[in-house]
Write a protein that binds this ligand. Sequence first.
Ligand SMILES: C[S@@+](CC[C@H](N)C(=O)[O-])C[C@H]1O[C@@H](n2cnc3c(N)ncnc32)[C@H](O)[C@@H]1O
Length: 326
Amino acid sequence: MNKSNDSPPTRGWDTYWQGARNSGAYASDGVNHPAVATFWNTALTEVLRHGGSRRILDIATGSGAVVERLTESASDGNHEITCVDISAAAIDSVSSRFPGVVGLVADANSIPLDDAAFDLVTSQFGIEYAGPAALSEGTRLLAPGGTLILMMHVRPGIIFEECAAALDAVRRTRNSRFVQRALAFFEAGFAAVRGADRTDYDKAALELNPAIEELESILSDHGEHVAGDTIVRLYSDVREIHGGIQHYEPDEVLRWLRRMDQELAEYEGRMQSMCDSATDANGFAGICERIGAQGLHVDRSEPLMTADRASAIGWVLQATRRDRAT
Ligand SMILES: C[S@@+](CC[C@H](N)C(=O)[O-])C[C@H]1O[C@@H](n2cnc3c(N)ncnc32)[C@H](O)[C@@H]1O
């Protein structure tokens, strides 16, 4: 079942969850670290170890990474799982993957559900996108004795560095106007193949050259896998089409470039929001303090580290509601 309140702005996430994440500009989600899966499996097994019936809420659920862990860890109880996301496409995806889960399209800042309605509230790299007010929503929804488990973006940290590099690479690509220049170049190129004068083509080629150089410099600065291979694929696809322009369908090429233009703009927005949502040690201490002031006891608050302990992956915050909010 999907319920919906007024449609809030999705800030590019809807396009992402509609499936564009499988294309070049969306391939890097940065959260597939084995330590993350281990963390959730251990934490959820511990919290749900007594079986029984629990009401569980996952906030900013995306396509259901935590819901998947919940359904595995909560298989011996009669649990009711609800998930919330600002993106309708994300909720559609969770609902089709997990038919027993209740999906709700809502802004995490204002979740239309009753106070103290849940025994367990979770969020993985999600609640922080909605800003500080969403934390109060998370605690408001927690019943006495209930547990809050959050994994939040950390800075500095491995995901933050990856997103910051992707942000810089995509922003520089957009500033170079590579896609627009490639569009003009191919438009003139297809016209030249049809017999038009080559003046426009030569001019467009000259204008494209500095943008090509900028992409080469981005790839040299950040490595060719930056931004989930988006830049390197754009660069090599343009070169490949250029090398055999007569074999390509003009409409398809121009449509692809216009779509890339849109995807890069949304990708930049998404990377910016990831970087903005990452919290440093002071910010995280403030969050723990606020959670405490809202009547919760903080049981665990620390960075989750990579296996070699060289980088932080995310902040882990686990807290229990002892009483109602003060
Ligand atoms: C990085 S994704 C994480 C998704 C999922 N929790 C996971 O770990 O795969 C961030 C999610 O936050 C959602 N989101 C962003 N702003 C939100 C808001 N104000 N309210 C609810 N969800 C929001 C996005 O739609 C997206 O699904």
